[in-house]
Write a protein that binds this ligand. Structure first.
Ligand code: NAP
Length: 250
């Protein structure tokens, strides 16, 4: 078993996840960088971490596929023999659509990646972390969104509903496993300057939204990562079931 605490960051290859991976490595975590398709981006994050004196590996896996999740956790077991942290960060938006334009395939994919994947990963993590199952405890951070509170009307109400589910899941799971030495919290980013907006067909969304944000600017991925690192850290030892807005006042 490795000496360092091990954290899995889903969707760790780009955007907010990549910033979380780099920050976690600086804080002394051994980082498992999950990605779905873009191996080069994941390997670039690993290289950055290793070049800075940290430890990391990249692990492929679509969090919407139960078999991929099982394989990912099996790799962590065989490589490191421990898991201390999970950041459920992998997430997708869709192109802006009203509800009357959405089809089953879109909604199904939205919920599978953003909700089912996070719940399945949390289950695998709890099986390894729970003190009642012989583990040493641990910490889970879920990445929600301010969309959970605002609803994303006219853009992606399915995404907002998925993030609402993440909020509720965070509260319930925190209470369920608190006595087993596992803390569970969430961060709700506001509008953050990453490639997710381009993936939804709105490449300038972060900039365009600036006037509607009380701080008059989109956030940086690092500003979300800083909040996640706090929740991962012993400084948050009495914090569980909390959902922290990182949204510039939005
Ligand atoms: P991003 O720049 O689009 O990066 C998404 C990351 O998730 C990539 O590493 C991608 O890997 C991975 N990913 C996507 N689908 C996956 C899947 N099925 N299985 C595993 N990994 C998958 O997104 P981001 O802006 O950093 O968003 C990260 C999280 O923050 C998401 O949960 C998002 O909903 C949330 N959030 C973002 C904002 C914002 O304004 N950016 C606001 C609120 C909440 P590949 O490149 O390999 O596909």
């Amino acid at each position: 078993m490795t000496e360092k605490p091990v954290v899995l960051v889903t969707g760790g290859s780009r955007g907010i996840g990549a910033a979380i991976c780099r920050s976690a490595a600086r804080a002394g975590w051994l980082v498992v960088v999950n990605y779905a398709t873009n191996a080069a981006a994941a390997e670039a994050v690993v290289a950055d971490i290793v070049n800075a004196g940290g430890e990391a590996i990249a692990v492929v896996g679509d969090v919407a596929q139960p078999g991929d999740i099982e394989a990912m956790f099996a790799t962590i077991d065989s490589t490191y023999g421990r898991l201390d942290g999970l950041v459920n960060n992998a997430g997708i938006v869709g192109s802006p659509q009203r509800i009357d334009e959405m089809d089953f395939a879109r909604i199904d994919r939205m919920l599978r990646v953003n909700v089912t994947g996070s719940i399945l990963c949390a289950g695998e993590a709890v099986r390894r972390m729970s003190k009642s199952r012989g583990g040493n405890g641990g910490v889970i951070v879920n990445i929600s969104s301010m969309a959970a509170l605002l609803g994303s009307a006219g853009q992606y109400v399915d995404y907002a509903a998925a993030k609402g589910a993440i909020d509720t899941f965070t509260i319930g799971l925190a209470r369920e496993v608190a006595i087993e030495g596992i803390r569970v919290n969430a961060v709700r980013p506001g509008v953050i300057d990453t490639e997710i907006h381009a993936s939804g067909g709105l490449p300038t969304r972060a900039r365009d939204m600036a006037p509607s944000i009380p701080m008059q600017r989109p956030g940086e991925a690092q500003e979300v990562a800083d909040a996640v690192l706090y929740l991962l850290s012993p400084s948050a030892s009495y914090v569980t079931g909390a959902i922290l807005n990182v949204s510039g006042g939005r």
